[in-house]
Design a protein around this ligand. Structure first.
Ligand code: ADP
Ligand code: MG
Length: 699
């Protein structure tokens, strides 16, 4: 649809951007709004009216007929309710209207969204509130054109019912505490610090026809059955391979659509598994990046359908090949343009860098369980610890140079930085590159990558809000603690050194530069006293431990009530997801797989009858019949057992979730194992489900 436009014209064409605002708003209104966006002013209704009017005129010129508050309830997805701009006039006609009040606030019924007990149906009022820090935009969906207003979602009593509110609160907390530290260290020019985020989105594409023949994909987003194909990712030929034409056309349309929305989609490539791909935008403020990631996920799914594909965002759509993550690159930027995690050439002299680095080490070590909990979803359970994503143990990769520095600090003073030197490739015609001072580590859950950290445990279908507000909160808290000490000190240099030395000593155990996938690390981590929370349910249960409630309350990111509500939602979500998977399995096994096994057995029996009446022994038929008989019977029993377990989940969200994890998941694994064996001996012509080979290799 944007095929002809030049990229410069296209980029941000559908965004009510800073440039559009400057052009369309009266100068004083523009200045006032900028101050509000920077957190230095309050929005009053008269200003809101002016902005709403400008926004409406702009949107209508672009063909919009409706507006909506676009928000992120606890489902992890986005929600929107469209309102037309029309407003009837007394003479029976209509004018287009959009008031400041409508811009600032919406009132969806909160009772139909997960609230973890915060909202009962009789007290259902909820509000969506305009988030001025994330620009409004226009989307074309089919023939419809709608103005989207990014919003937070809270209850009548002001409790957060969404993912954005705690993210925004955590950005403020981080800003405040980081500024205190910078001021105490003598840095006076900076007036704000922002958490930045660049999420790499992995996904699968499969042919739509296969998708529609599989109830498991349609209901759960992953395959619950399917024998491995003879070839998976063994040849390692897909990663960074040349793009298939149909996929390249798909990516082209995705990019153009995203660019129009002001999302700076930047890199794209084939991922490790057949049928797996990645898209990454340029980083931006964590709040906007989280909104943009939602747009990326939504656009991938919509555009895929247009190209005859379905985009799978699940963390593990296929057993036996790589799953999908969302590596979340995170850093801290000042309004003066400095990346606080940039070590510079001589990091040992860069006190600001060292203090922030140490604060992060302490935060990650102290609140490792919270970080683990922030990625605990039923889908991600198939990745974490499953030899492809980082294990369930949180550790930090720093690389040679910084690890050496922390070691020096733990021993005493830090006097030098290991330098990278030159990288020689051994071919004279190739240029000599300045070597990065750190190598990469693809197995670490939390890796320093030169001037940012990469949180690699985040699942592909997750909102980045949860992991990022957790990270922001715990880092803000430690920065606050450091600021307290610095502000009370009369010798800043000595106190700073003492603080970072102490952190280096106390928290060096969290640093691990080796292979996180090897079994020895599990033992080593246990020796170091690092938690290894394999179970998602246990991770979710740890959310409300007293020190976790305390840190969220101290930083005013979540109250105890809000945190308990979130825990409740996560547990419910876990149990519901597993239940849906189990029920889908039961249905497919009973209505498709067992009948296929029996039908094939019937065919073999007829063949046996034929050959024996012709005087042959029918050995093959007898062997096959025996196997079929055995497997279908085992499958039938396993399904019955699963069925019984699903209808007896017990009471209370924690007990239910635990039952699902401990009882249903193993039963489901058994059902699958038997069915996959059956698949391998049944007639391909009558097998009712598209196979792994068909799904992974058809473009
Ligand atoms: P990789 O080589 O790790 O796959 P990619 O290029 O796919 O890297 O993605 C790296 C991501 O990190 C990009 O989204 C990029 O914009 C982001 N990034 C770079 N610098 C920063 C920063 N200072 N803060 C946050 N994200 C950053
Ligand atoms: Mg990448």
């Amino acid at each position: 649809m944007y095929q002809g436009d030049s990229i410069a014209e296209l980029f941000g064409a559908n965004v009510f951007s800073d440039a559009v605002m400057r052009h369309r708003l009266p100068r004083d209104a523009y200045t006032a709004l900028k101050r509000i966006i920077e957190g230095r002013g309050v929005l009053d209704l008269s200003l809101a009216n002016v902005i709403a009017n400008a926004m409406k005129d702009w949107a209508i010129e672009k063909g919009a007929t409706h507006f909506c508050h676009w928000f992120q309830p606890m489902t992890g997805l986005t929600a929107e309710k469209h309102d037309a701009f029309i407003s009837p006039t007394p003479d029976g006609r209509t004018i287009m209207e959009f008031s400041g009040r409508e811009l600032i606030r919406g009132e969806p019924d909160a009772s139909s969204f997960p609230s973890g007990g915060l909202r009962a149906t009789f007290e259902a009022r909820g509000y969506t509130v305009w988030d001025t820090t994330s620009p409004a935009f226009i989307r074309q969906v089919g023939e419809a054109t709608v103005l989207y207003i990014p919003s937070a979602f809270c209850s009548y009593t002001g409790e957060a019912l969404d993912k954005k509110t705690p993210l925004l609160r955590s950005m403020e907390a981080l800003n405040q505490q980081a500024l205190r530290v910078l001021r105490a260290l003598g840095e006076t020019k900076v007036s704000s610090v922002t958490a930045t985020l660049g999420p790499e989105q992995e996904y699968f594409l499969i042919d739509r026809r296969s998708f529609e023949q599989r109830l498991d994909l349609m209901m759960t987003g992953r395959t619950l059955f399917g024998a491995l194909s003879p070839r998976g990712q063994d040849m390692e030929d897909h990663y960074f391979g040349s793009l298939h034409e149909r996929v390249a056309s798909f990516m082209n349309e995705v990019n153009r659509e995203l660019w129009g929305l002001g999302v700076s989609a930047k890199t794209q490539h084939n991922e490790v598994a057949p049928g797996q791909y990645e898209i990454a935008p340029l980083f931006t403020s964590a709040n906007v990046a989280t909104d943009h990631n939602q747009l990326i996920m939504d656009t991938l799914q919509r555009v895929a359908r247009k190209h005859g594909f379905v985009c799978l965002l699940h963390e593990k759509p296929f057993a036996g090949v790589n799953g999908s993550g969302k590596h979340s690159n995170w850093s801290l930027a000042t309004d003066t343009g400095t990346n606080l995690l940039d070590p510079g050439q001589t990091p040992h002299e860069n006190m600001v860098f060292l203090v922030f680095l140490c604060a992060i080490l302490r935060a990650v070590d102290r609140y490792a369980k919270l970080l683990r909990a922030s990625v605990a979803t039923p889908g991600n359970e198939h990745r974490l610890g499953a030899n492809e994503a980082p294990p369930a143990i949180i550790s930090v990769f720093l690389g040679d140079q910084l690890t050496d520095m922390i070691e020096q600090l733990a021993r005493g003073a830090v006097t030098s930085s290991k330098q990278g030197g030159q990288l020689r490739i051994g071919v004279n015609s190739l240029p000599t590159l300045p070597k990065d001072s750190t190598d990469r580590n693809r197995t670490s859950p939390f890796a320093f990558t030169g001037n940012k950290f990469e949180f690699r445990m985040v699942g592909s279908s997750q909102s980045t809000a949860g992991p990022v507000f957790t990270l922001n909160t715990i880092v803000a808290d430690v920065l606050g603690e450091i600021a307290d000490q610095l502000e009370a000190s009369s010798d800043i240099a000595a106190t700073t050194l003492a603080i970072i030395q102490r952190i280096a000593k106390e928290h060096r155990r969290i640093i691990f530069d080796g292979d996180n996938y090897c079994p020895e690390w599990v033992q080593e981590a246990a020796r170091r006293g690092l938690p290894n929370i394999v179970s998602s349910v246990d991770a979710i249960l740890s959310l409300t431990e007293p020190e976790h409630i305390a840190v969220f309350e101290r930083q005013k990111v979540l109250s105890s009530t809000e945190l308990h509500a979130r825990q409740e939602i996560l547990l419910e979500n876990y149990a519901k997801t597993i239940q849906i998977e189990a029920k889908t399995m039961i249905s497919m096994a009973r209505r498709q797989i067992i009948p296929a096994g029996l039908a094939f057995a019937g065919e073999v029996a007829r063949s046996l009858h034929q050959v024996t009446s012709a005087g042959a022994k029918g050995k093959a038929q007898r062997y096959l019949l025996d196997r079929l008989d055995h497997l279908t019977e085992e499958l039938l029993t396993a399904v019955m057992e699963l069925d019984q377990a699903v209808s007896n989940l017990g009471n209370g969200s924690a007990a239910k979730a635990q039952f699902c994890e401990e009882r249903l998941v193993p039963l489901m694994q058994h059902v699958r194992k038997v069915s996959d064996e059956l698949e391998q001996i049944c007639d391909a012509r009558t097998w009712p489900l598209p196979t792994y080979a068909q799904m992974l290799f058809t473009r």
